[in-house]
Design a protein. Structure first.
Length: 339
């Protein structure tokens, strides 16, 4: 593919130089030739093939900030860590010294994938459909334990060729806890400090790991904090980070006894907190709004809350499934409003 791009670019420059020579051979220098060439390149070539400029990769952190504020409930720690980490990572004034690596932990339905979706949408014009966005699911993409070596080679090759093409790539690894523990070791040299591996610079890329590991530790810690009277909004990253590191290191899965963790290459462990009644309510109302219903009845909200399971005893204040399946449940009752 690369070679086509080069040929295309050269051809464009060639034609535009002929044009320029015909019209005004003296005053327009070679700078102008290249200028016109790249203009046409951007206007034409980037139309049918995703390029690697600010247009395709706006990296719009303000948009992300607004989306998270508007659409995510109960995850103040995650929001803060993610925004700050991304803001500094693609800061042109201070190039990063290593690839950004974030590891999201917590209960299903807490918003790990949901927030990842907003990250894709804000960093890349085409969002999840962008060629620069890669979402791997352990069970679907790397299912067979016996093929780990093959997966490793394939993964390395994919990451390398994509980053060579365009340095700002996003790699998401979903269900890391179900991933064979050796697989992620292949990434380690790529996410290390000042990583130039075979002349490829990986420092601008972003790796996000999603897993349920640490969920019970997070919940236990939440209950402890709750019992000692600390308000949810005052809970901080420091209250969790060490717990999660221990958790993902010891539980089975992609990080199990992993080199990446041993050598501290994960920049931030991000806890996704279990959601409480008020957050689930907000999710429900949000889902009604998505379907154009701005004043759902209290009865309907309660009927959807009935599906939600709470735990752990005796407090039972945390939803076991977060906002998962709320959307489907709301879909079941909205038809009433359409008559
Ligand atoms: C880029 O990564 C994707 C996986 O997301 C892979 O299918 C594709 O082949 C890679 N591109 C190149 C040029 O290797």
């Amino acid at each position: 593919m690369e070679i086509y791009k080069v040929i295309f670019f050269l051809l464009l420059n060639f034609y535009s130089s002929i044009l320029i020579v015909c019209f005004d051979p003296l005053s327009l220098g070679s700078a102008a030739i290249v200028g016109i060439g790249s203009l046409v390149y951007e206007k034409v070539y980037c139309r049918w093939k995703e390029c690697c400029t600010e247009k395709e990769i706006p990296g719009d952190i303000n948009k992300l900030e607004n989306l998270l504020k508007l659409k995510v409930y109960g995850q103040h720690i995650a929001e803060e860590v993610i925004i700050n980490a991304l803001k500094s990572h693609w800061d042109e004034k201070q190039p990063p010294s290593k690839a950004l690596t974030l590891s999201f932990h917590g209960w299903p339905g807490g918003g790990k994938n949901y927030i990842t979706g907003f990250i894709k949408e804000s960093l890349f014009s085409l969002g999840g459909a962008s060629d620069h966005v890669h979402h791997f699911n352990a069970r679907i993409d790397f299912p067979e334990v016996s093929k780990v070596l093959q997966y490793q080679m394939q993964l390395y090759e994919w990451i390398k060729t994509n980053v060579t093409k365009c340095p700002k790539q996003l790699f998401v690894f979903d269900e890391v806890n179900k991933m064979h523990s050796g697989l992620l070791n292949v990434i380690k040299p790529l996410i290390d400090y000042n990583s130039y591996v075979s002349k490829v610079d990986y420092r601008k890329s972003i790796f996000i790991f999603l897993s349920n590991t640490g969920e019970s530790l997070i919940t236990e810690q939440m209950i402890k904090l709750h019992r000692s009277g600390i308000e949810r909004n005052n809970i901080q990253l420091q209250d969790f980070e060490n717990l999660i590191i221990k958790g993902s290191f010891n539980e089975e899965g992609g990080f199990h006894h992993s080199d990446a963790i041993k050598s501290n290459l994960i920049d931030h462990y991000v806890p996704f907190l279990p959601l409480e009644l008020e957050h689930i309510r907000a999710c429900i109302i949000d889902q009604f709004q998505v379907r154009g219903i701005y004043a759902p009845s209290e009865d309907d909200i309660l009927s959807i809350l009935d599906y939600v399971e709470w735990g752990p005893a005796p407090e039972n204040i945390y939803s076991k499934t977060g906002c998962k399946r709320i959307s489907q449940k709301v879909a079941l009752v909205v038809h009433k409003y359409w008559r």
